[in-house]
Design a protein around this ligand. Structure first.
Ligand code: G3H
Length: 481
């Protein structure tokens, strides 16, 4: 994270990884700094994107698809050459394990390559002609304009590029604001952007989101908001656009995904998937399982077995391949999780595993909480951290009613070994969420599956194919015979 040509204000970046000094105190480590552009500077970057798009007449939006693919392929080669550095930065900036950081990098490169292949399919579609009522129609896909792209801290590379690459490849120009945690790892990419794409096509703005992003939105020059983050932020940004009806939004937002564990569930499978679903990357995934509804006849058994498995997890540093729980990058998160636990305990729940909720600085040991009930913070709030709330039900309608009443509608997991029961639940749940997982945790992948959500969980759809559609519009060239 070295800055050479910037003389303005900077933001110092502290790693979530803290080491003990000679007195045994945890000490934060400075890993770099990034520039803090002010509003005027970020608006200049926006103007560069607007000029490069030039109402769809710029070099990039008018270039052939094959030329745009060639630019993206060049960019991919350049980032692959920097894999080691980017993976290290992922580990140090957001505390993601070495294996998962590498996975995130590889998944991103696969996503780009698969997007290029998918584009070839879509392009074949575009050159297809149709004749209806004596009119020859050619359906084309055209870009939308200038895209403001903002990925989240938990997948700062992957979920940025899941939007940025499809947006670019469809001919849009981009203004890209890296997340606060996960900003440094984009430095090695800045040169690759410049080398692979024409001037003004990708513009990176480093700065405080709460000042520069409102300025960008209020300018009215953003055509598409591509954001993976909170619905509160998305709502407030959309309102700032002076012509919000013209703004397109592709949004991946909050979720409170539920697992329903039926009385006849295979508990080996349910427990294994539940631990993964709730605690991979410390529960910091929008797709994480954030509340468990377990049939009352097996609730205690489920909790006992979950506690056994959670007790085996090892907290520690992300470079240690035996470690499962790593430090949290959001400094306020340990305090917030502590409040959730205190609230639940004050209302009758207990922490069921050894040392659950204990903190060493940003390292928080996972807490299994039972019985969680309506009225507790953990009932509705998205904890986005290593806390596993479990509730019991007498009838599955209670879990379904919870999902119907929820503001969220991303995914659900059902655990049952009775196929008719599963089929009945699936029929009810497909009208509530956008993915139902059977005897499996919730997750985004495979990346060819549509990734979206209902209610406050999403707007638009991402995936290798869907993102290309989301960042473009179908236009018709109609010729009368
Ligand atoms: O944080 C939200 C991500 O989309 C989760 O993705 O299910 O692949 O971990 P994942």
């Amino acid at each position: 994270g070295e800055l050479r040509e910037w003389h303005g204000p900077t933001q110092v970046v502290l790693s979530p990884i803290q080491l003990r000094d000679s007195d045994g105190d945890l000490t934060p480590i400075v890993i770099g700094s990034y520039p803090l552009l002010d509003e005027a500077e970020s608006l200049k970057a926006l103007d560069a994107a607007v000029r490069a798009y030039d109402h769809g007449r710029g070099e990039w939006p008018t270039m052939s698809v094959a030329e745009r693919i060639a630019a993206v392929e060049k960019f991919t080669r350049l980032i692959v050459a920097q894999k080691k550095e980017i993976v290290q930065l992922l580990l140090w900036e957001i505390g993601k394990s070495a294996a998962d950081s590498e996975k995130e990098f590889d998944r991103t490169v696969d996503y780009i390559r698969n997007t290029i292949d998918a584009l070839k399919d879509i392009d074949r579609d575009s050159s297809r002609f149709t004749i209806e009522e004596g009119i020859i129609g050619q359906i084309r896909r055209s870009p939308l304009g200038v895209v403001l792209c903002m990925g989240p801290f938990n997948y700062p590379l992957n979920e940025t590029f899941c939007m940025l690459i499809p947006a670019l490849i469809m001919g849009n120009t981009v203004l890209f604001k890296p997340p606060k945690h996960g900003a440094l790892l984009h430095f090695p990419l800045l040169k690759a952007f410049t080398e692979a794409f024409p001037k003004g096509v990708v513009n990176t703005v480093y700065g405080r989101g709460n000042t520069i992003v409102p300025a960008l939105m209020s300018s009215g020059k953003i055509d598409v908001l591509g954001l993976i983050g909170s619905s509160r932020v998305a709502d407030s940004l959309k309102k700032l656009h002076p012509k919000s009806n013209r703004l397109r939004a592709i949004l991946g937002l909050d979720a409170k995904n539920v697992a329903i564990i039926m009385a006849d569930a295979d508990l080996d499978v349910a427990v294994k998937e539940s631990v993964l679903g709730a605690l991979s990357f410390n529960g910091q995934r929008c797709t994480a399982l954030k509340l468990f509804f377990v049939h009352e006849s097996i609730a205690e058994e489920f909790v006992r077995r979950m506690a056994e498995e959670i007790n085996k997890l090892k907290p520690g540093m992300p470079w240690d391949d035996k470690v499962n729980i790593t430090p949290l990058p959001e400094p306020q998160k340990p305090g917030y999780l502590g409040e959730c636990l205190e609230d639940a305990q004050g209302k009758g729940a207990r922490i069921m595993n050894e040392g659950g909720g204990m903190c060493a600085g940003p390292l928080v040991y996972p807490a299994l909480v039972y019985p969680v009930k309506d009225g507790m913070k953990l009932w509705r709030e998205e904890q986005f951290g290593p806390v596993v709330p479990v509730a019991s039900f007498a009838h599955v309608d209670e879990a379904i009613q919870y999902i119907i009443d929820s503001d969220h509608g991303q995914q659900v997991s059902i655990f049952s070994s009775e196929s008719q029961e599963v089929a009945n639940l699936v029929d009810q749940l497909v009208n509530q969420v956008s993915r139902v997982n059977i005897n499996a945790q919730c997750q985004r992948g495979p990346d060819t599956f549509p990734f979206t959500g209902r209610k406050d969980s999403a707007e638009g759809t991402l995936s290798v194919h869907d993102a290309l559609r989301s960042f473009s519009i179908r236009t018709v060239v109609a010729t009368k015979q």
